[in-house]
Design a protein around this ligand. Structure first.
Ligand SMILES: Cc1ncc(COP(=O)(O)O)c(C=O)c1O
Length: 401
């Protein structure tokens, strides 16, 4: 009978089942700087509809099939061409595996590589989604110090040697080298070369997560970490989420064959959403470069709006990164400020959402005086208003004002 809800699953959960995720809608501020979403107004809905219609007219009957386990081949061809042109990554379409966003490819790789207790190295503050997956597989996640050029090579070597000294050579180094989430910096070429050398020296592979790379508003492109390695020690992951829409749920990985075959075996659901793949393939083939140019113009204005609003409202009382691209910047309030305990009240009273530092900390606790502020989703006038409200709310809460 529906609705009685008497059956008790509590004793049935697998030992390593993740903690409850919570359900229903999450309260979001009107001035929502918490989410790393792209601009809602610039989602190319009409063009996606046309692209899908064209594809369905041509091969809609194939929806009756479970597609290739690695995903729709023409889209993999497209990705291979784009990686060769933009990232100096030269692989065949068969070396690429599509997935549900880039989150699933990351999950697949972690699933086949990580045993409970394995040491996993990453930046001192890094993308929450990957941290959750690393925790899910029981990883011993260790943050390595960074500065505005990315991970410090000496700190990385030190962390590897420490782990080796404990008899626990790290399994991998996870990096978001371009427009890092949440810190906003981009790793310099010298740092990329240094981490590749370290990876090769110690035999610890790198997972390069490049999902923001196309969102560059100024400065010069820096080549991929993958392109600097010729030994197969770099795994590369990318996504259409930030350049078309997260709702398309399409991303990809490219890794050496042996690992690829293991990762594909770990993939849930058999194949990849052909319906979305058709739309993205047809759309991307003709329009993606122009679309990226257009959204970057829009996002540059928003980034500038947030940086100047921070200057006007926070002045010398805070520090923040000024990223050359991506969707967010990293706010640092003075030592001792606690942006965690006031977060819900700021959301209630000022209607402003942000994510505090511990969300991005490998230990889940450090960085209470930091927050990630996303400028991608709100419009410029909302950004200006929201930052003014944030400053006012911090002042009311007694945060270093
Ligand atoms: C650094 C990074 N990697 C991966 C993802 C996963 O995105 P998706 O699965 O939509 O590609 C995100 C999403 O915000 C991200 O910030």
């Amino acid at each position: 009978m529906a609705g009685t809800n008497q059956f008790n699953y509590d004793d049935l959960f697998a030992k390593n089942a993740p903690a409850p995720a919570g359900g229903g809608a999450v309260r979001r501020g009107k001035y929502d700087f918490a989410v790393a979403y792209p601009d809602p107004v610039s989602i190319p809905t009409d063009e996606l509809v046309d692209s899908l219609k064209g594809a369905l007219d041509e091969e809609g009957g194939d929806l009756a099939l479970y597609a290739d386990r690695q995903g729709y081949a023409p889209l993999r061809e497209f990705v291979a061409g784009k990686l060769a042109r933009d990232r100096d990554i030269h692989v065949a379409a068969d070396d690429i595996v599509l997935g549900d966003g880039s989150g699933q490819p990351i999950h697949m790789l972690l699933e086949v590589l990580v045993d409970p207790g394995d040491v996993l190295l990453t930046d001192d503050f890094v993308y929450t989604g990957t941290l959750s997956q690393m925790r899910r597989f029981g990883g011993d996640i260790r943050g390595v110090e960074t500065d505005e050029e990315g991970m410090l090579p000496d700190a990385l070597s030190g962390a590897i040697e420490k782990a080796i000294g404990e008899g626990r050579k790290p399994k991998l180094i996870y990096l978001i080298p371009t427009f890092q989430n949440p810190q906003g910096w981009t790793m310099s070429l010298a740092r990329r070369q240094a981490v590749v050398e370290i990876s090769q020296k110690y035999g610890v592979p790198i997972m390069e997560d490049d999902c923001y790379v196309d969102l560059r508003y100024d400065g010069e492109d820096v080549t991929s970490i993958y392109s600097l390695d010729d030994t197969g020690s770099v795994m590369y992951v990318g996504s259409f989420s930030k350049i078309i829409a997260p709702g398309m749920r399409l991303g990809y990985l490219t890794v050496p064959q042996g690992l690829r075959e293991r990762a594909v075996a770990a993939k849930s659901g058999g194949s990849v959403n052909s319906f979305a793949s058709y739309a993205v393939h047809r759309y991307a083939t003709g329009n993606l470069d122009t679309h990226i140019g257009d959204i970057n113009e829009i996002q540059r204005v928003k980034r500038d709006a947030m940086v100047s609003a921070l200057g006007e409202n926070f002045g010398s009382r805070a520090e923040w990164s000024n990223p050359e691209g991506g969707l967010f910047l990293w706010l640092k309030m003075p030592e001792g400020s606690d942006l965690v305990s006031i977060r819900d009240r700021v959301l209630e009273t000022a209607d402003v959402g942000y994510l505090p530092g511990p969300n991005f900390a490998p230990d889940g606790a450090s960085g209470r005086n930091y927050a990630r502020l996303c400028f991608g989703y709100c419009q410029p006038e909302e950004i200006r208003e929201g930052i003014a409200r944030l400053a006012e709310a911090f002042e009311k809460e007694g945060v270093a004002f």
